[in-house]
Design a protein around this ligand. Structure first.
Ligand SMILES: [Fe+2]
Ligand SMILES: [Fe+2]
Length: 211
């Protein structure tokens, strides 16, 4: 982990393993972009929570022969839906209208690299899940020092749960793979970092930097 990454995150404690997992910190330009778009931030955040629940649900349907995965994904889906409700409630209280937003390139670009054969497919999906959770966790932490008390408190609670989700996804990926997953993790770390540091078209929770 770089000194810069450690220094910029000093306000909120993130697990060192999570910081080491991500190949780059969120650029300041994204944080500034987010602060200029508080409504989009919350709407897209709500979308992300809903999608996280739906990804967990789809794994529950597809991999019925994996007991540990079923337990973890069932817990995860419930937790993400609870987060979804919390964001929607916050939006209502702030008079933010929930409207449809196009998805950012982030998740789709990562999933393009998923290998087609099982169990490689599942291992890759789980590793990508770990990156999405870890990046969300890091971004919540980055935003906290700039937010109002209510939102900062909420995001602090999310840092804890998304940190756990990242660990669960990574543990499941290793549990399912018969080989070490390090090389695959390194590969996705590089892809993920590229999506974080390169210019992006629209602001979203997982977007790159402003073009
Ligand atoms: Fe969540
Ligand atoms: Fe999560």
């Amino acid at each position: 982990m770089s000194d810069t990454l450690e220094a910029t995150l000093s306000d909120v404690e993130l697990p060192p393993s999570l910081l080491a997992f991500l190949a780059c910190p969120t650029p300041d330009a994204w944080v500034e972009w987010a602060l200029k778009n508080p409504e989009l931030l919350l709407i897209d955040h709500a979308q992300c929570e809903k999608k996280a629940a739906s990804t967990a649900m789809s794994l529950l349907y597809r991999y019925v022969n994996q007991p540990l995965l079923l337990t973890k994904m069932s817990q995860l889906a419930r937790e993400e839906l609870l987060h979804f409700e919390q964001v929607v409630k916050l939006m209502e209280a702030r008079g933010i209208e929930y409207r449809h937003l196009s998805a950012s390139r982030y998740a789709e670009s990562l999933r393009r690299h998923v290998r087609p054969q099982e169990p490689d497919r599942l291992v890759d999906i789980l590793i990508i899940g770990a990156f999405i959770e870890a990046r969300s966790c890091e971004r919540f932490a980055r935003l906290i020092p700039h937010l109002d008390t209510e939102l900062a408190r909420f995001y602090r609670s999310l840092v804890k749960s998304e940190g756990r989700h990242y660990e669960d996804y990574l543990m499941l990926a290793q549990h399912i793979s018969s080989d070490p997953i390090d090389k695959r993790v390194d590969f996705f770390a590089e892809c993920e970092a590229q999506l974080i540091v390169t210019p992006d078209t629209a602001f979203r929770f997982h977007s790159g930097v402003p073009a």
